[in-house]
Design a binder for this molecule. Structure first.
Ligand code: KG4
Ligand code: ZN
Length: 342
């Protein structure tokens, strides 16, 4: 079965073709980094406009790269939410138009389910496992019991980890998106130069909080500017910040896995592309008898292959859903725990 996935939840326009037997055939992604860079974050109106400009070329690109024609597609899947409504609408409506023209089923996909299942595009991970979704909009812990069966354990109470990377990068005068920039500059910095706080709101709770850490960096920069403290370099500040974020993510993920008797962790979402996080999670896992799995970086950040796979799994659970797409609408908020009922 050939599935066309379409992803436009934030600032990446992506289309992919996956084969239910062979996996990814094409996965075309266009970012809008140059459009948003000068603002240090995504501007929703500009994001929606860019998706409109790019969507047809990206879909045609994915079809061409897969060496198929549109009528070969058996199923369509598009991100329905959560995300920016103006962005989501572009993908949802392009998918509806194509599904109608091709007379093929269409499934609305939860973006978070896409991130959760991205790992299955490269390897089989036995259920159950702990999943940490760590992206620009989310920092969530789930027990993944089966396809479509997800239990939330905790989430961020304020900023997502990726959001804190982006905001701190902006404060440090680095580019957008901030995560890769901080990772790059941190290579020449000392991660133990500054002891930033490791916010763990409540040891028993599985929730996260990153806004205090961001404020700690801002306060440090203000004191540095007024000459009140020793002047550390920008790479030292970036490396110390990255160390604090990854310490928190690793320690929460380890305690959640242990508390739920899980010996496998899947780390996914844009921040899971971070080399420091991948290394520390793997090492902590080895110490605790827990295997850490990561999708390769291109499957961690937003991409349509993961949406095609999540759509395929949802369709296999309930094929009738594929014919019901006239009512499909973009949703800014869409909890993942609704997946089982849909
Ligand atoms: O999953 P994603 O592509 O989009 C959302 O669903 O949010 O994640 C984007 C986030 C951005 O905040 C970006 O700075 C962060 O992932 N990110 C990274 C890295 N690559 C992307 N953060 C840390 N290190 C990276 N290498
Ligand atoms: Zn995402």
């Amino acid at each position: 079965m050939l599935v066309l996935g379409i992803e436009t939840s934030c600032d990446d326009t992506s289309a992919a073709i996956i084969d239910s037997e062979k996996g990814i055939i094409s996965n075309v992604i266009a970012n809008q980094n140059s459009v948003h860079a000068k603002y240090g974050g995504v501007v929703p109106e500009l994001a929606g406009r860019c998706h409109i400009e790019n969507i047809h070329e990206i879909i045609n690109g994915a079809v061409k790269e897969a060496k198929i024609v549109l009528s070969d597609i058996d199923l369509l899947a598009a991100t329905q939410g959560p995300g920016l409504v103006g962005s989501l609408l572009v993908g949802v409506n392009a998918a509806k138009g194509l599904a109608f023209a091709l007379n093929k089923p269409l499934i609305g996909v939860n973006h978070l389910e896409g991130h959760l299942l991205a790992i299955f595009l490269q390897e089989e991970v036995p259920f159950p496992f702990l999943a940490l979704i760590v992206s620009g909009g989310h920092t969530d812990l789930y027990v993944v019991k089966d396809f479509g069966d997800y239990e939330i354990l905790g989430r961020t109470r304020d900023d997502a980890a990726g959001e804190s990377f982006d905001k701190v990068a902006k404060m440090l005068g680095l580019g957008y998106p901030g995560g890769p920039e901080i990772q790059k500059i941190s290579k020449s910095g000392n991660p133990t130069a500054i002891k930033f706080p490791r916010p763990l709101p409540n040891k028993k709770s599985m929730d996260f909080s990153f806004s205090g850490l961001k404020t700690a960096v801002r306060t440090h920069l203000e004191k540095r500017a007024s000459g009140k403290i020793e002047e550390f370099s920008i790479p030292d500040i970036a490396a110390s910040f990255q160390e604090a974020v990854t310490d928190v993510l690793v320690s929460k993920a380890m305690s959640a896995a242990k508390a739920n008797d899980l010996d496998r962790i899947v780390v996914t979402g844009g921040v899971a592309a971070n080399a420091n996080l991948r290394l520390k999670m793997t090492e902590a896992g080895e110490e605790n008898g827990i295997t850490a799995h990561f999708p390769k970086p291109v499957l961690c950040t937003d991409n349509a292959a993961m949406i095609a796979l999540a759509g395929l799994k949802k369709y296999q659970r309930n094929p009738d859903l594929g014919n019901d797409y006239f009512e499909l609408d973009a949703k800014a908020n869409l909890p993942l725990t609704d997946c089982k009922e849909q």
